[in-house]
Design a protein around this ligand. Structure first.
Ligand code: LER
Ligand code: MN
Length: 275
């Protein structure tokens, strides 16, 4: 079953970021439930922040699940990354992520590594950066497995990382990392920039894909850009894929409309498959 989720950011520094709902978690949960979403995906400043929220109460009240928790605040607020040339900074990055893995696991949800992967630079060459990332993913995958969940690793487009831009590169990294507990996050916005065929890339990656960022070419809600979602839905159906299609999109023209467009597209594409 492909379940629907919608993003909520509680990170002040990400106010202009691609999240459907911002700041007000109770209002976001109420709106998500009202529209029929199964879950929310949370982008929070830290694990400590997540633990201080009345998250369980809100999820229970609205019959929602937690689909995943992002870790990008570690980069956005603290400029941390898993391939920083400074070992102490790398350790801080790993600690920041492992705390979020544990906090999300309390809700049976995985953490996401996107921008926290970092990039290779003049100070860390590509091979070194990829091996640092691979080793960190292995340890963090173990951490997730111990907490009863998985870890999601997200290839990003070339303007956001120079490590892995495609699902194929993501699969190679996961093979090198050698942990069954790390899955790929397929973000359709990044894939629209990097893949030759989004549907074929999903078919090729198959069971390595654990989560989808369901969004259009212009990073607006699905249906508001020019991605043809029909071959993507057909590929997922062919794979008998199970997981969340989670709307990581700009709140355009506003949060409520972006959420409405998303759920309408989700119902047209996946509603029948998922009934
Ligand atoms: C960043 O562009 C992105 O897609 C996020 O999901 C990564 O944290
Ligand atoms: Mn994404």
């Amino acid at each position: 079953m492909i379940r629907s989720a919608v993003t909520v950011s509680l990170v002040e520094q990400a106010r202009r970021g691609p999240f459907v709902f911002h700041s007000d978690l109770p209002a976001a949960c109420a709106a998500a439930a009202e529209l029929g979403f199964h879950a929310i995906e949370l982008f929070a400043p830290s694990a400590q922040h997540i633990r201080q929220l009345p998250l369980q109460q809100l999820l229970t009240q609205h019959g929602l699940s937690l689909a995943a928790a992002g870790t990008g605040a570690g980069m956005l607020i603290h400029q941390l990354s898993l391939c920083d040339p400074d070992p102490a900074r790398r350790q801080q990055a790993e600690l920041f992520i492992s705390d979020i893995i544990d906090a999300a696991a309390e809700f049976q949800a995985p953490a996401i590594i996107g921008s926290m992967q970092g990039r290779w630079t003049d100070n860390t060459d590509r091979t070194t950066a990829l091996s640092l990332l691979s080793a960190a993913l292995h340890r963090l995958g173990d951490r997730a497995a111990k907490a009863g969940t998985v870890l999601l690793y997200e290839p990003l487009n070339r303007y956001e990382t120079n490590l892995c831009n495609t699902l194929q590169q993501g699969c190679e990294l996961l093979n090198a990392c050698g942990s069954d507990s790390v899955k790929l996050l397929a973000d359709l916005f990044h894939m629209n920039i990097e893949e030759t065929s989004i549907a074929q890339a999903l078919l090729d990656a198959g069971t390595a894909v654990g989560h989808i960022h369901f969004v259009d070419s212009n990073r607006q809600a699905a249906g508001l850009g020019h991605i043809d979602f029909r071959p993507i839905a057909a590929a997922l159906q062919q794979l008998n894929w199970h997981g969340y299609a989670s709307a990581e999109a700009f709140p355009l023209p506003d949060s409520q409309s972006a959420a409405e467009h998303t759920i309408r597209s989700w119902q047209q594409l996946f509603g029948r498959q998922s009934a």
